[in-house]
Design a binder for this molecule. Sequence first.
Ligand code: GDP
Ligand code: ZN
Length: 376
Amino acid sequence: MSDKRKRIRTPFRKHHQSQTRRGDLTRDFQQDRIDEEAPTSERVSGKGELTRHRTVTGQPQADDAKGLPVELEVGDAEGMLGRVLCVHGLASSVQGDDGRLYNCVTRGLLKTLSTTQRQTVAVGDRVWFRRVGEDEGAIQRVEPRTNAVSRASRGRQHVIVANLDQALIVTSTCDPPLKANLVDRFLVTAELSRVRPIICINKIDRVDPADLQPLVGVYGQMGYTVLLVSAATGFGVDRLARLMKDKESALLGQSGVGKSSLLNAIEPDLKLRVGEVSRETRKGSHTTTAAQLIPLKHGGFVVDTPGMRQFQLWDIVPEEIAGCFRDLRPYVHLCRYPDCTHTHEADCAVKDAVADGRLDARRYESYCKMLSGDAD
Ligand code: GDP
Ligand code: ZN
């Protein structure tokens, strides 16, 4: 590393603090402050307690495998902000804020760390890069992440996608039949990753929408946005498109529920691109877990992961599940035993609430199933 380059700290963006929702869940997350003054952004991975960690951005700490180095090479003035669409080793494809695509390399300390320890640039990252050619650049700095969906692999956290704004949980009224328990699982995943979930019930053309009202009501009462849509008739597609505009969204859901059809309904030009992306990722077996972002014409990005199921339940610590059920959450502190699992214990406020109808019985059953590790 040239000693001409000085590193400075990236300014702390205040709104990050409001984006952490510590305290929402039933218990506090592990906090291991590394440097009280360093700018930090915290998030919780989708894994359980053991793998949970903060993504800390701040002064580079070479021996800190968890820290995401944030550095600015002073003197490289003509930087441009962009969004990482996909990563192949040290090369990434970045969409600059000018709308153009740049093939970028990772350099400096970022490069050192990514080769020796962990990936430092992830899909979804906002990065500063310096243009070095017509469509080439060098990444200099990674902006603090608002969140990161990650997975442990060989003892390391691997960020699948960063800065996700929302998870569109797509389900269908039939073919395949609506599986509310699966929706609940995705909701838990989203809550754990601190990503806003939006429930999207597709193929509404195949049923009488009134039949869905009880289910929609239960989720609506918890504060979730529920959309009834039909990729076939276009019903609800405008609203979905509005919700996706300028956001980074992931579509979660079993195959066959209509995820591709909905994307194509929103942006017909995607048709080919979505197909191409999945064909390409199927080819290389080593890249099958890599996500990529697809830019939307009207603003925003969609995450394309080969096999969206990767976002499905990781091995969550059982004690965390109740805290991820928004409707159970208000009751868990009222149980007689602080470690109540809300299954067999006496004086359980959750069970009482189910018994007198304050809690939806199906949601409670869904909770019990998840706790016991039953697959749907
Ligand atoms: P994906 O696997 O989730 O991407 O689902 P697809 O988009 O491939 O859709 C699966 C099947 O459902 C296809 O045959 C679609 O034509 C059909 N489909 C998708 N959306 C709708 C819808 O709103 N109504 C009806 N009737 N069929 C749909
Ligand atoms: Zn209880």
